[in-house]
Design a protein around this ligand. Structure first.
Ligand SMILES: *Cc1c(COP(=O)(O)O)cnc(C)c1O
Length: 356
Protein backbone atom coordinates (compact mmCIF):
# COMPACT_ATOMS: atom_id res chain seq x y z
CA UNK A 1 0.00 0.00 0.00
CA UNK A 2 1.33 3.43 -0.94
CA UNK A 3 1.26 5.77 2.05
CA UNK A 4 -0.50 9.04 1.28
CA UNK A 5 1.13 11.24 3.89
CA UNK A 6 -1.12 14.21 4.71
CA UNK A 7 0.48 15.11 8.05
CA UNK A 8 2.35 18.17 6.80
CA UNK A 9 4.13 19.70 3.83
CA UNK A 10 7.34 19.25 5.85
CA UNK A 11 7.38 15.58 4.76
CA UNK A 12 8.17 16.53 1.15
CA UNK A 13 11.32 14.89 -0.18
CA UNK A 14 13.97 16.79 -2.15
CA UNK A 15 13.58 16.57 -5.93
CA UNK A 16 16.23 14.94 -8.16
CA UNK A 17 17.19 18.46 -9.31
CA UNK A 18 17.74 19.49 -5.68
CA UNK A 19 19.91 16.43 -5.00
CA UNK A 20 21.96 17.20 -8.10
CA UNK A 21 22.38 20.84 -7.07
CA UNK A 22 23.44 19.73 -3.59
CA UNK A 23 26.00 17.33 -5.04
CA UNK A 24 27.47 20.00 -7.28
CA UNK A 25 27.22 22.97 -4.89
CA UNK A 26 30.19 25.29 -4.57
CA UNK A 27 30.76 25.74 -0.85
CA UNK A 28 32.87 27.57 1.71
CA UNK A 29 32.75 28.47 5.40
CA UNK A 30 29.55 30.46 5.82
CA UNK A 31 30.45 31.73 9.30
CA UNK A 32 33.26 33.59 7.50
CA UNK A 33 30.71 34.67 4.86
CA UNK A 34 32.60 32.57 2.30
CA UNK A 35 29.95 30.15 1.05
CA UNK A 36 29.02 31.38 -2.45
CA UNK A 37 25.87 29.25 -2.61
CA UNK A 38 24.54 30.56 0.72
CA UNK A 39 25.38 34.11 -0.37
CA UNK A 40 23.51 33.56 -3.63
CA UNK A 41 20.46 32.16 -1.82
CA UNK A 42 20.42 35.08 0.62
CA UNK A 43 20.68 37.58 -2.26
CA UNK A 44 17.89 35.93 -4.28
CA UNK A 45 15.59 35.58 -1.25
CA UNK A 46 16.03 39.25 -0.33
CA UNK A 47 15.37 40.32 -3.93
CA UNK A 48 12.24 38.16 -4.24
CA UNK A 49 10.80 39.59 -1.04
CA UNK A 50 11.79 43.17 -1.89
CA UNK A 51 13.96 43.58 1.23
CA UNK A 52 17.62 44.57 1.58
CA UNK A 53 19.12 41.41 3.03
CA UNK A 54 18.45 37.83 4.10
CA UNK A 55 19.86 35.18 6.42
CA UNK A 56 19.79 31.41 5.87
CA UNK A 57 18.73 29.61 9.06
CA UNK A 58 18.31 25.91 9.84
CA UNK A 59 14.62 26.07 10.85
CA UNK A 60 11.61 28.32 10.79
CA UNK A 61 11.45 28.27 14.57
CA UNK A 62 15.02 29.52 14.83
CA UNK A 63 14.29 32.19 12.19
CA UNK A 64 11.31 33.50 14.16
CA UNK A 65 13.17 33.40 17.47
CA UNK A 66 16.20 35.19 16.00
CA UNK A 67 13.85 37.86 14.62
CA UNK A 68 12.18 38.33 18.01
CA UNK A 69 15.55 38.44 19.79
CA UNK A 70 16.84 40.99 17.29
CA UNK A 71 13.82 43.30 17.61
CA UNK A 72 13.61 43.19 21.44
CA UNK A 73 15.50 43.46 24.72
CA UNK A 74 14.80 41.55 27.95
CA UNK A 75 11.63 42.62 29.78
CA UNK A 76 9.94 43.83 26.59
CA UNK A 77 6.44 42.79 25.54
CA UNK A 78 5.64 41.18 22.19
CA UNK A 79 2.11 41.35 20.78
CA UNK A 80 1.17 38.00 19.24
CA UNK A 81 -2.01 36.47 17.86
CA UNK A 82 -3.36 33.93 20.36
CA UNK A 83 -3.26 30.97 17.97
CA UNK A 84 0.01 31.91 16.28
CA UNK A 85 2.94 29.53 15.80
CA UNK A 86 5.39 31.80 17.69
CA UNK A 87 3.07 31.67 20.72
CA UNK A 88 1.65 28.17 20.43
CA UNK A 89 4.36 25.94 18.98
CA UNK A 90 7.78 27.42 19.73
CA UNK A 91 8.39 25.90 23.16
CA UNK A 92 8.00 29.23 24.97
CA UNK A 93 11.04 30.56 23.12
CA UNK A 94 9.96 34.19 23.37
CA UNK A 95 10.31 33.94 27.16
CA UNK A 96 13.14 31.41 27.29
CA UNK A 97 15.42 32.96 24.67
CA UNK A 98 14.53 36.66 24.47
CA UNK A 99 13.32 37.16 28.07
CA UNK A 100 10.17 38.85 26.79
CA UNK A 101 6.57 38.47 27.85
CA UNK A 102 3.85 37.91 25.30
CA UNK A 103 0.57 39.78 24.94
CA UNK A 104 -1.72 37.39 23.02
CA UNK A 105 -4.65 39.00 21.20
CA UNK A 106 -7.55 37.05 19.69
CA UNK A 107 -7.66 36.77 15.91
CA UNK A 108 -10.20 35.82 13.27
CA UNK A 109 -8.45 33.24 11.10
CA UNK A 110 -5.19 34.89 12.09
CA UNK A 111 -6.31 38.49 11.60
CA UNK A 112 -6.03 40.68 14.71
CA UNK A 113 -8.25 43.73 15.11
CA UNK A 114 -5.99 46.77 14.47
CA UNK A 115 -7.85 48.73 17.15
CA UNK A 116 -7.09 46.05 19.72
CA UNK A 117 -3.45 46.06 18.62
CA UNK A 118 -3.40 49.82 19.04
CA UNK A 119 -4.95 49.56 22.51
CA UNK A 120 -2.44 46.86 23.51
CA UNK A 121 0.61 48.95 22.60
CA UNK A 122 1.98 50.29 25.89
CA UNK A 123 2.19 53.94 26.73
CA UNK A 124 5.40 55.32 28.16
CA UNK A 125 5.03 54.65 31.89
CA UNK A 126 7.58 53.55 34.49
CA UNK A 127 5.34 50.60 35.44
CA UNK A 128 4.97 49.18 31.97
CA UNK A 129 7.06 46.92 29.82
CA UNK A 130 7.99 48.39 26.46
CA UNK A 131 5.99 47.06 23.50
CA UNK A 132 8.87 46.11 21.22
CA UNK A 133 7.26 44.06 18.47
CA UNK A 134 4.03 42.93 16.82
CA UNK A 135 4.02 39.49 15.17
CA UNK A 136 1.66 38.49 12.35
CA UNK A 137 1.41 35.11 10.58
CA UNK A 138 0.53 34.47 6.92
CA UNK A 139 -0.72 31.94 5.99
CA UNK A 140 -2.18 31.22 9.41
CA UNK A 141 -1.39 27.65 10.41
CA UNK A 142 -3.90 26.90 13.16
CA UNK A 143 -6.86 28.24 11.21
CA UNK A 144 -6.02 25.80 8.41
CA UNK A 145 -3.75 27.82 6.17
CA UNK A 146 -6.03 30.83 5.89
CA UNK A 147 -4.75 33.91 4.11
CA UNK A 148 -4.68 36.95 6.35
CA UNK A 149 -6.33 39.73 4.32
CA UNK A 150 -3.73 42.15 3.00
CA UNK A 151 -5.76 45.12 4.22
CA UNK A 152 -5.58 43.71 7.75
CA UNK A 153 -1.80 43.27 7.62
CA UNK A 154 -1.48 46.83 6.31
CA UNK A 155 -3.74 48.20 9.04
CA UNK A 156 -1.94 46.33 11.85
CA UNK A 157 1.45 47.45 10.51
CA UNK A 158 0.29 51.05 10.20
CA UNK A 159 -0.94 51.09 13.81
CA UNK A 160 2.32 49.56 15.04
CA UNK A 161 4.57 51.80 12.96
CA UNK A 162 2.69 54.93 13.99
CA UNK A 163 3.74 54.09 17.57
CA UNK A 164 7.31 53.21 16.59
CA UNK A 165 6.83 49.44 16.93
CA UNK A 166 8.24 47.12 14.24
CA UNK A 167 6.31 44.18 12.77
CA UNK A 168 7.62 40.67 12.12
CA UNK A 169 5.79 38.27 9.83
CA UNK A 170 5.96 34.54 10.42
CA UNK A 171 5.58 33.77 6.73
CA UNK A 172 6.44 30.07 6.96
CA UNK A 173 3.97 29.62 4.07
CA UNK A 174 3.86 33.16 2.68
CA UNK A 175 4.47 31.80 -0.83
CA UNK A 176 1.24 29.82 -0.53
CA UNK A 177 -0.50 33.09 0.31
CA UNK A 178 1.12 34.81 -2.67
CA UNK A 179 0.29 32.06 -5.19
CA UNK A 180 -3.29 31.70 -3.94
CA UNK A 181 -3.86 35.45 -4.33
CA UNK A 182 -1.85 35.67 -7.56
CA UNK A 183 0.14 38.52 -6.09
CA UNK A 184 3.93 38.94 -5.90
CA UNK A 185 5.24 37.88 -2.51
CA UNK A 186 7.08 41.22 -2.21
CA UNK A 187 3.71 42.98 -2.20
CA UNK A 188 2.45 40.78 0.65
CA UNK A 189 5.45 41.48 2.86
CA UNK A 190 5.87 45.17 1.97
CA UNK A 191 4.10 46.41 5.13
CA UNK A 192 6.29 44.44 7.58
CA UNK A 193 9.87 44.95 8.74
CA UNK A 194 11.05 41.35 8.85
CA UNK A 195 9.83 38.04 7.43
CA UNK A 196 10.65 34.41 8.04
CA UNK A 197 9.69 31.87 5.38
CA UNK A 198 10.34 28.14 5.11
CA UNK A 199 12.13 26.44 2.22
CA UNK A 200 11.51 23.06 3.85
CA UNK A 201 7.71 22.96 3.62
CA UNK A 202 5.68 23.26 0.43
CA UNK A 203 8.75 24.42 -1.50
CA UNK A 204 10.25 20.97 -0.94
CA UNK A 205 13.81 21.71 0.23
CA UNK A 206 15.17 19.20 2.77
CA UNK A 207 16.27 21.80 5.34
CA UNK A 208 16.22 25.53 5.83
CA UNK A 209 14.33 28.78 6.24
CA UNK A 210 15.12 32.41 5.44
CA UNK A 211 14.93 35.50 7.61
CA UNK A 212 14.59 38.67 5.55
CA UNK A 213 14.73 42.36 6.46
CA UNK A 214 16.83 45.52 6.36
CA UNK A 215 20.62 45.31 6.02
CA UNK A 216 21.09 46.54 9.58
CA UNK A 217 18.51 44.12 11.00
CA UNK A 218 20.06 41.13 9.23
CA UNK A 219 23.56 42.08 10.43
CA UNK A 220 22.30 41.96 14.03
CA UNK A 221 20.30 38.81 13.33
CA UNK A 222 23.49 37.15 12.06
CA UNK A 223 25.06 37.64 15.50
CA UNK A 224 21.97 36.19 17.19
CA UNK A 225 22.02 33.20 14.85
CA UNK A 226 25.57 32.53 16.04
CA UNK A 227 24.45 32.96 19.66
CA UNK A 228 21.76 30.32 19.18
CA UNK A 229 24.20 27.91 17.60
CA UNK A 230 22.90 28.35 14.07
CA UNK A 231 26.15 29.43 12.42
CA UNK A 232 26.70 26.66 9.89
CA UNK A 233 29.85 26.01 7.90
CA UNK A 234 29.60 24.49 4.37
CA UNK A 235 25.87 25.18 4.41
CA UNK A 236 25.88 25.70 0.63
CA UNK A 237 25.06 21.98 0.39
CA UNK A 238 21.67 22.89 1.89
CA UNK A 239 21.35 26.32 0.29
CA UNK A 240 21.74 24.72 -3.16
CA UNK A 241 18.45 22.87 -2.63
CA UNK A 242 16.94 26.09 -1.33
CA UNK A 243 17.85 27.88 -4.56
CA UNK A 244 16.12 25.19 -6.61
CA UNK A 245 13.11 25.55 -4.31
CA UNK A 246 12.93 29.32 -4.80
CA UNK A 247 13.51 29.18 -8.54
CA UNK A 248 11.28 26.26 -9.50
CA UNK A 249 8.86 25.25 -6.76
CA UNK A 250 6.79 28.39 -6.10
CA UNK A 251 4.26 28.39 -8.94
CA UNK A 252 3.38 24.71 -8.53
CA UNK A 253 1.94 25.42 -5.06
CA UNK A 254 -1.29 26.13 -6.96
CA UNK A 255 -1.59 22.36 -7.56
CA UNK A 256 -1.48 21.74 -3.80
CA UNK A 257 -4.23 24.30 -3.30
CA UNK A 258 -6.38 22.64 -5.96
CA UNK A 259 -5.83 19.22 -4.37
CA UNK A 260 -6.78 20.60 -0.96
CA UNK A 261 -9.96 22.06 -2.43
CA UNK A 262 -10.92 18.73 -3.97
CA UNK A 263 -10.06 16.87 -0.76
CA UNK A 264 -12.23 19.28 1.24
CA UNK A 265 -15.24 18.81 -1.01
CA UNK A 266 -14.98 15.00 -0.91
CA UNK A 267 -14.36 14.76 2.84
CA UNK A 268 -17.20 17.15 3.59
CA UNK A 269 -19.54 14.67 1.89
CA UNK A 270 -18.54 11.80 4.23
CA UNK A 271 -21.07 11.05 6.96
CA UNK A 272 -19.63 12.03 10.35
CA UNK A 273 -17.13 14.58 9.06
CA UNK A 274 -17.52 18.29 8.50
CA UNK A 275 -15.32 20.72 6.62
CA UNK A 276 -15.68 24.49 6.84
CA UNK A 277 -15.07 25.18 3.17
CA UNK A 278 -14.29 28.91 3.47
CA UNK A 279 -11.19 28.07 5.50
CA UNK A 280 -9.73 25.94 2.70
CA UNK A 281 -7.76 28.70 1.01
CA UNK A 282 -4.33 27.15 0.49
CA UNK A 283 -2.90 23.67 1.13
CA UNK A 284 -4.62 22.63 4.37
CA UNK A 285 -7.95 21.06 5.23
CA UNK A 286 -9.31 21.13 8.78
CA UNK A 287 -11.84 18.37 9.36
CA UNK A 288 -14.24 18.46 12.31
CA UNK A 289 -15.38 15.10 13.63
CA UNK A 290 -19.14 14.86 14.17
CA UNK A 291 -19.30 11.05 14.49
CA UNK A 292 -19.41 10.55 18.31
CA UNK A 293 -17.46 7.28 18.11
CA UNK A 294 -14.28 9.15 17.17
CA UNK A 295 -12.15 11.95 18.47
CA UNK A 296 -9.08 13.61 16.96
CA UNK A 297 -6.41 11.26 18.35
CA UNK A 298 -8.37 8.06 17.66
CA UNK A 299 -9.26 9.01 14.09
CA UNK A 300 -5.69 10.11 13.47
CA UNK A 301 -4.42 6.73 14.72
CA UNK A 302 -6.89 4.79 12.56
CA UNK A 303 -6.06 6.86 9.48
CA UNK A 304 -2.37 6.20 10.05
CA UNK A 305 -3.07 2.47 10.05
CA UNK A 306 -5.12 2.86 6.86
CA UNK A 307 -2.19 4.50 5.01
CA UNK A 308 -3.43 8.10 5.19
CA UNK A 309 -1.56 9.64 8.13
CA UNK A 310 -2.72 13.08 9.27
CA UNK A 311 -2.38 15.19 12.44
CA UNK A 312 -4.92 15.93 15.14
CA UNK A 313 -5.07 19.63 15.97
CA UNK A 314 -7.82 19.60 18.60
CA UNK A 315 -10.00 17.22 20.63
CA UNK A 316 -12.34 16.66 17.68
CA UNK A 317 -10.36 18.02 14.77
CA UNK A 318 -7.78 16.65 12.33
CA UNK A 319 -5.67 18.45 9.76
CA UNK A 320 -4.75 17.26 6.28
CA UNK A 321 -2.02 19.00 4.30
CA UNK A 322 -1.41 18.67 0.56
CA UNK A 323 2.04 19.06 -0.94
CA UNK A 324 4.21 18.21 -3.94
CA UNK A 325 4.43 14.50 -3.08
CA UNK A 326 0.63 14.18 -3.16
CA UNK A 327 -0.57 13.81 -6.75
CA UNK A 328 -4.06 14.71 -7.93
CA UNK A 329 -4.70 10.99 -8.40
CA UNK A 330 -3.89 10.36 -4.70
CA UNK A 331 -6.83 12.50 -3.58
CA UNK A 332 -9.67 10.08 -4.44
CA UNK A 333 -7.63 7.17 -3.02
CA UNK A 334 -7.14 9.02 0.26
CA UNK A 335 -10.83 9.87 0.41
CA UNK A 336 -11.78 6.24 -0.21
CA UNK A 337 -9.52 5.06 2.63
CA UNK A 338 -10.86 7.67 5.03
CA UNK A 339 -14.46 6.79 4.16
CA UNK A 340 -13.67 3.10 4.81
CA UNK A 341 -12.13 3.95 8.21
CA UNK A 342 -15.25 5.86 9.24
CA UNK A 343 -17.55 3.13 7.99
CA UNK A 344 -15.67 0.40 9.89
CA UNK A 345 -15.66 2.38 13.14
CA UNK A 346 -12.97 2.44 15.84
CA UNK A 347 -11.08 -0.71 16.77
CA UNK A 348 -10.09 -1.27 20.42
CA UNK A 349 -6.59 0.04 19.67
CA UNK A 350 -7.61 3.17 17.79
CA UNK A 351 -10.32 4.05 20.32
CA UNK A 352 -7.73 4.70 23.02
CA UNK A 353 -7.29 8.44 23.24
CA UNK A 354 -5.47 11.04 25.25
CA UNK A 355 -8.73 12.99 25.51
CA UNK A 356 -10.73 9.98 26.71
C1 LIG B 1 6.38 25.22 10.39
C2 LIG B 1 6.14 26.57 10.92
C3 LIG B 1 7.14 27.27 11.59
C4 LIG B 1 8.46 26.66 12.02
O1 LIG B 1 9.19 25.98 11.10
P1 LIG B 1 10.20 24.78 11.53
O2 LIG B 1 11.13 24.76 10.39
O3 LIG B 1 9.34 23.57 11.65
O4 LIG B 1 10.85 25.16 12.80
C5 LIG B 1 6.88 28.56 11.97
N1 LIG B 1 5.69 29.13 11.72
C6 LIG B 1 4.70 28.49 11.10
C7 LIG B 1 3.42 29.21 10.85
C8 LIG B 1 4.87 27.19 10.68
O5 LIG B 1 3.87 26.55 10.08
Amino acid sequence: MKIIDLRSDTVTLPTPEMRRAMFEAEVGDDVYGEDPTVNQLEAEAAAMLGKEAALFVPTGTQGNQIAIMTHTTRGDEVIVEAESHVFYYEVGGIAALSGCQTRPLPGVRGAMDPERVSAAIRLDNIHYPRTALVCVENTHNRSGGCIVPQANIEAVAEVAHSRGVPVHMDGARVFNAAVAQQRPVAELVAPVDSVMFCLSKGLGAPVGSMLVGSRDFIAKARRNRKLLGGGMRQAGILAAAGLVALRTMVDRLAEDHENARRLAIALGAIEGLQVERETVQTNMVLVDIRDPRWDGPSLMAAMGEAGVPCNDVGPRRIRLVTHKDIAAADVPVAVERIAAVLKAGPTAASARSVYA
